[in-house]
Design a protein around this ligand. Structure first.
Ligand SMILES: NC(=O)c1ccc[n+]([C@@H]2O[C@H](COP(=O)([O-])OP(=O)(O)OC[C@H]3O[C@@H](n4cnc5c(N)ncnc54)[C@H](OP(=O)(O)O)[C@@H]3O)[C@@H](O)[C@H]2O)c1
Length: 469
């Protein structure tokens, strides 16, 4: 009896996806580079399930029904190429390879081409939702050969998170469309995480609130939002350290790590000339945080006073909430704007309404804000900047006033708030008829004769800035 699909890579994601597929009635063959991982899985979690362990790649391939469908759930980068190189000679024309890892979209473009040149079909498949999502229903973002989606789409849709509007999985477009969308998903994730961290910082350092109080505050804020990242923040702030009984958050070292998808989002946004300052601030924030020793050495060199508290009668928590809302919406907006530009630049022909829909459950950035994003995308499909489209426009207009206030008081209190600051600047710059770019144009013309345009006349002009006499 042959199985419906094979999974290579029995790490956290691979194991949970195999269990998810088996629970939906699919037969799954599994293989891992290190045998002991497969054996351990087969003897425990996969026991008595329709999951067939294999210990040799040829045996793995032979166990699959035709056309063979193989999902790679392994470390991104060269491991994917190494496994494809070993796998390809064992496959037949029309077989399907799905890469479910966080591969760089440029690698996926190359791999789709290479696979197609050998008669194989390829789907670069972004999968979000972590361990829990993989087991109970992730958000799945496939792109590549549409014929491949015809063969595995039903399975992917069956194991995805389900919402009233359908499964959180849809074929997104050709070549690297799926991995590109997953990369931007992660970029948005970085921006939202940094925004939440700054709101936490304002309450913690500015208002001297204890983790438990902050947890209740985030919980209240999340009643409407239903955001996964807010939800886990509530739990994080409640968690006590087993050994000391202290709030665990106060014991965790303040150096954030990263695996690269946020950085790739910013790199590609730079290439396409699309501003993503909130996401960029989040990536930079992680870099600066990781230079702990340097920060510590400098910590009494500039700001000699201890950070002050937010004082005065204003209702600061409400204002922090407004700033968090504005910064969070900015992160989603910038990501969707980037998708909009990338869709035409790379000819993905993305349906952004559908992208927002499949992010509504099963993934790390799921939130009710995505309902509003869908409304915005439908209300004004030509406008890539959702901050200026209803329903966001009215909300952001109101909240920009308290965000300004929070920033000025937060700065006075000695707190760095890069994501919230960048988000407000983004909003202000995009709503300014005039910016100081006239000065930049003058400077460029001064040193490089690059010419400038004028406000009062059509055409390009050069000024003789230096008096040669
Ligand atoms: N964890 C998450 O929340 C999450 C969410 C979405 C996407 N992803 C992505 O999904 C992929 C898998 O993630 P994971 O968290 O399941 O990883 P993991 O638990 O760290 O497992 C890594 C897997 O990759 C295999 N591997 C590493 N190098 C290999 C090589 N050169 N040849 C063959 N196999 C190799 C490992 O095999 P050995 O056991 O033999 O070392 C193991 O099966 C990654 O691309 C990750 O970025 C992860």
């Amino acid at each position: 009896m042959k199985t419906d699909i094979g999974i290579i890579g029995m790490g956290v994601m691979g194991q949970n996806l195999a269990l998810n597929m088996a629970s939906k009635g699919y037969g799954v063959s599994v293989y891992n580079r290190r045998e002991n991982r497969t054996r351990e899985f087969a003897e425990n979690k996969a026991k008595k399930k329709d999951i067939i362990p294999t210990y040799d790649l040829a045996e793995f391939v032979k166990s699959l029904d035709k056309p063979k469908k193989i999902l790679l759930m392994i470390k991104a980068g060269s491991p994917v190429d190494e496994v494809i190189a070993k796998l390809t000679p064992l496959l037949d024309e029309g077989d399907v390879i799905l890469d479910g890892g966080n591969s760089n979209f440029r690698d996926t473009d190359r791999r789709v081409e290479e696979a197609n040149s050998r008669g194989l079909l390829y789907l670069g498949t972004g999968i979000s939702g972590g361990e829990y999502g993989a087991r109970h229903g992730p958000s799945i973002m496939p792109g590549g050969n549409e014929e491949a989606y015809d063969l595995v789409g039903n399975l992917l849709e069956d194991i995805a998170a389900q919402i009233p509007e359908g499964p959180c999985c849809a074929y997104l477009g050709p070549r690297s469309a799926g991995h590109y969308v997953k990369m931007v998903h992660n970029g948005i994730e970085y921006g939202v995480m940094e925004s939440i961290a700054e709101a936490y910082w304002l309450m913690n350092k500015g208002l001297n609130m204890e983790p438990e109080d902050m947890s209740s505050t985030f919980e209240k804020w999340n009643e409407d939002l239903d955001s996964y990242l807010m939800e886990i923040t509530v739990s994080v702030l409640k968690e006590e350290d087993e050994k000391t009984g202290k709030p665990l958050i106060n014991l965790i070292l303040d150096t954030a790590e990263q695996k690269g998808t946020g950085k790739w989002t910013v790199q590609n946004a730079l290439e396409l000339g699309v501003p993503v300052p909130t996401i960029s601030a989040a990536v930079d924030g992680r870099f600066i945080s990781s230079r702990k020793r340097e920060r510590k050495n400098n910590s009494d060199k500039i700001f000699l006073e201890k950070p002050a508290r937010l004082t005065g009668k204003s209702n600061w928590t409400e204002k922090i909430h407004d700033a968090l809302y504005l910064s969070t919406v900015s992160a989603y907006t910038q990501g969707i704007y980037l998708l909009n530009v990338a869709s035409s630049e790379y000819e993905y022909d993305l349906n952004l309404d559908e992208v927002a829909r499949i992010w509504k459950d099963g993934c790390i950035i799921r939130s009710n804000l995505l309902d509003e994003a869908q409304k915005g995308l439908r209300n004004d499909p030509e406008n890539p900047n959702l901050l200026f489209v209803e329903p966001f426009l009215s909300n952001v207009k109101d909240k920009s006033v308290s965000t300004r206030e929070i920033l000025s008081r937060g700065r006075k209190a000695g707190l760095a708030l890069p994501a919230i600051s960048s988000s407000l600047d983004y909003l202000v710059e995009f709503s300014s008829a005039y910016l100081p770019a006239n000065m930049i144009q003058a400077q460029r013309d001064f040193f490089g004769a690059h010419t400038y345009q004028r406000r009062d006349r059509e055409g390009y002009f050069h000024n003789e800035w230096l008096d040669d006499n």
